[in-house]
Write a protein that binds this ligand. Sequence first.
Ligand code: DGL
Length: 280
Amino acid sequence: MPTSTDLHIMADTRPIGVFDSGIGGLTVASAIMKRLPGEHLLYFGDTAHLPYGDKSPELITRYSLGITRFLMSHHVKAIVIACNTASSLGGKAVEAFVGNEIPVINVIDPTVRYVNKHYTVGKVGLIATKATVKSGIYSRKLHELNPAMPVEEVATPLLAPMIEEGFFDNNISKTIINSYLSNRRLKPVKKLILGCTHYPLILPEIERFYQGKVEIVDSAFQVAEALAAALEERNWLNTEQTKGRRTFYVSDFTESFQKSARLFFGNKLQLQQIDLWKDL
Ligand code: DGL
């Protein structure tokens, strides 16, 4: 049985690196903070380049690798790609770059495993950015586990920029959300996967549309679980009994990012702006 001194020596205090194009990944970071409150987090929001959802696979890969290099230069012990678009298009390149050194957790695999485990009957719907839907990654991965599962993917490109601008819970967001969800292809859907990490911020509006008749899958919690398991397996958890430090970087300062980040992480939060691409 290790003593408290041993535990202190064993504590792995390296931060966890988390990134997204903007505020969406904060929904994942917040789930990580709840699941692993003692871990230090280093968050990067690529606000200068959002939305990722209408960019080419090459550009998304380039941005994802640039951020990965930055996070690794801060000696992170894991990378969480808290963005479905970056996970779909840049995930493989990030994994190849990182190698076996540290775990890379994307947001798609834990979601797909969760949906498959809880699937019974009916159509599974997915809403996501254009780039994620075009990649077809969700259908492909779900069908690898269950070829008979009916899956319908619908691109909802206005949602992430709308949310990033802090534009939700009003008449305009209601009209846009209702118009997307009324898409014939999403009828009748039994489960709806939120295939973009920005969308949990409009969860109440989506729930209002479906009035409890559809299960909405927000995978932030599953992602946090997958991260905890990967760290536990390596014995890399921070066993210090203190509250983790949270550091936030953005590639371009925006009021809306600061406002949303403070909603999740408190008013003391300070954003640091850094241009990772100035020398490229
Ligand atoms: N939050 C991101 C995702 O999960 C992308 C939003 C965007 O930048 O288009 O796909």
